[in-house]
Design a binder for this molecule. Sequence first.
Ligand code: DOR
Length: 433
Amino acid sequence: MAERTRLVIAGGTVIDATGERPADVLVGRDGTIAAVGEGLAAGAGGADRILDARGCIVSPGLVDLHVHLRQPGGEQAETVESGSRAAVLGGFCAVVAMPNTNPSIDSAALVREVQELGRASLCQVEVAGAITVDRAGERLAPMAEMAALGVRLFTDDGAGVQDTAVMRRALEYASDLGVRLAQHCEVDSLAAGGHMHEGEWSSRLGIPGIPAEAEEIMVMRDVALSRLTGAPVHFQHLSTAGSVAIVEAARRSGLAVTAEVAPHHFTLTDESCASYDSRFKVNPPLRPADDVAAVRTALARGSLDAIATDHAPHTADAKDRAFEEAPPGMLGLETALALALTELDLAPAEVLALLSWQPARIAGIDGAHGGPVAAGRPANLCVFDPSAIWTPDDSGGASRSRNTPYVGRRLRGRVRHTLVAGEALVVDGEAQR
Ligand code: DOR
């Protein structure tokens, strides 16, 4: 850790779950917020440094429930370090790392290894453990051992748990342990061989498709399993109108289901695949405009809990293959906030609910993240200019990979400063280490 200074974030508008007010934020050397109020910068209260926040929103740091940091085994595409740098540049102070690494994170030893890498990185890295051994869907992984190390979210992400009885047992087990299961909803037998959404565009392009039902049938099944077991279920990267409707109905009936959507599912359609550019290949696939509209409407209605990036770096070698040969996935950490601010008809506070305090609760880290910007709280903070216009280039930002589909797209809203535990790790849009 660099030596901490006492600093004031001056001249911004604070927005958190309690509301909105103009205020300076004084951050102490102990990494917590020392004071919040107007005029703190004037005398600077003994502060060593002033971070300019004029024209900016000062909010609790963002929390991403879904990132692929590729360690162990995929270091050419990303490391915990490079991914965490992309995270703080995108305003994220905490991320949940998916276990579809090589080997999979399905044991206490692997959890420890990634936690260790996380401690040396720029943001808080929460490790998601696999539900089943090697994510193979057959035998339950030692969830209790992983939970004892602080793992709060389990998923076989990259694949759904296909066997209904295995999923039921996993939910019962999770309930006893007080942890949450997250599901990548995809019925393999329906999705097998598909590379994009099955519909008009897949027919036109001659690319085998994945029907919406491959996702929706598993969402339906897991809603039923949540009812059967009483255990909460978190649905990852929902992408279809049908999935959203099922989740909304489940919530109305009082079930403890939560759901996230990824920025690409409210900003891009399957028509993008007409370029045969593998940067538009992702799983679940990009869907038609009606599905995109349904996801946006659900976000506006408040019936989804979180925007999660599904940041999925892949090397240029892998992505340069033909569409059907290339792996699915796209970068997300550095563009998520701007895409939400630009594309959704939501107030900044509503966007922040989806990117900060609601996901913090789902991850079980709301003690340190997503809470009110108030004295005594850990200084995990995001300062962004909601009206700054910028355009992503093809460098991939801080990621080791470059597979972003948003090159050249005009975005509004840019991170200016990010503080993690009081340390200014991004200042004026530049990473400080
Ligand atoms: O597009 C995707 N990429 N979807 C997944 O489920 C996995 C992810 C990855 O690991 O690349």
